[in-house]
Write a protein that binds this ligand. Structure first.
Ligand SMILES: C[S@@+](CC[C@H](N)C(=O)[O-])C[C@H]1O[C@@H](n2cnc3c(N)ncnc32)[C@H](O)[C@@H]1O
Length: 290
């Protein structure tokens, strides 16, 4: 144990340095595919998709599709006759998606949306959920570039959290003080955007979309007895934060282990209440008249 610990610490440190340099996806870990699979709530996703106007027969692009569960649920809504392409730059998630959800009408392609995506064509609807929050600096440019893949008269849908991970009652004092510090740290050091949701409308507006509409809803509204899947998701987020925001979390009395335990107890308490606002925004690409 004594021999392993410094090695683990060194690996974590070099991973952090690598991530800061490469600006890789903040949540990347060996378990990320499974975290995304477990945390995706089909009912919530369907409600969001229907509000966005996803309909049978459409051709849809699922940008940064993760393990493909969202793509598969969207595929069900566009039947009969629709087809969907899911893209993600993670090789392991694309492999997982192909294996678990690939079939006729659902295609998964490994691509980085920051690069030009050759040969994927245009779509009736482009869906971008829980993505821009990881790209605080580039978010508007990403939206602007994605416009190219929306056909004229088609729709771009942006869905992101706002005031991310910060709304809980009633946290023990030490947790209430450290959570905003952790989120600020991730915001500043990892290009994460705690306030991505509130910016989506302006992105569509500035990119020239029309008929923009906005809906505000709650993501992961938790009270009473919480599901194991949501507890797993929150504790996994804390584990990732303990690596990325180590210098903040080390100041917590008892360190990461105590922080994780305190948050676990908070979630176990049926009286605790947690939510994060989700902003859903859609706009139409105008038809140019020659
Ligand atoms: C939080 S997950 C969202 C997954 C899915 N959209 C959902 O709603 O659950 C973010 C995903 O974005 C992917 N991603 C991050 N940056 C990317 C990029 N530049 N190009 C393609 N995928 C990217 C990650 O690999 C990850 O699977």
């Amino acid at each position: 144990m004594l021999e392993i610990e410094p090695e683990v610490e060194m690996r974590k440190k070099s991973q952090i340095e690598h991530d800061v340099h490469e600006k890789t996806y903040l949540m990347e870990s060996e378990e990320e595919t499974i975290r995304l699979e477990v945390k995706t709530d089909p009912d919530e996703l369907r409600r969001q998709a229907l509000w966005c106007g996803i309909k049978p027969g459409m051709r849809v692009l699922d940008v940064a599709c993760g393990p493909g569960k969202t793509t598969s649920l969207l595929y069900e809504i566009i039947q009969p006759g629709g087809s969907i392409v899911g893209i993600d730059y993670s090789e392991s998630r694309i492999q997982y998606a192909r294996k678990n959800y690939g079939k006729q009408g659902i295609e998964f392609i490994q691509k980085d949306f920051r690069e030009k995506m050759q040969d994927i064509g245009e779509f009736d609807l482009v869906w971008v959920r829980f993505v821009l929050e990881y790209y605080r600096e580039e978010a508007f440019n990403i939206v602007s570039n994605l416009k190219e893949y929306v056909r004229e008269g088609g729709t771009l849908c942006l869905l992101d959290l706002d005031y991310n991970c910060l709304s809980h009652f009633e946290l023990p004092d030490q947790l209430a003080v450290i959570l905003p510090k952790i989120m600020n740290y991730l915001n500043d050091k990892y290009n994460f955007d705690v306030f991505a949701g509130r910016k989506l409308y302006s992105f569509l507006y500035d990119a020239g979309f029309e008929d923009i509409d906005v809906k505000i809803t709650g993501n992961s509204v938790l009270f009473g007895n919480k599901k194991d899947s949501v507890k797993y998701d929150w504790l996994k987020k804390i584990e990732i934060a303990s690596i990325k925001a180590k210098e903040v979390i080390d100041k917590y009395h008892g360190g990461y282990i105590q922080l994780s335990e305190d948050f676990r107890q908070y979630l176990e308490n049926p009286k605790s209440f947690t939510y994060t606002p989700l902003i859903v925004c859609k706009g139409t690409k105008i038809t140019t008249v020659d």
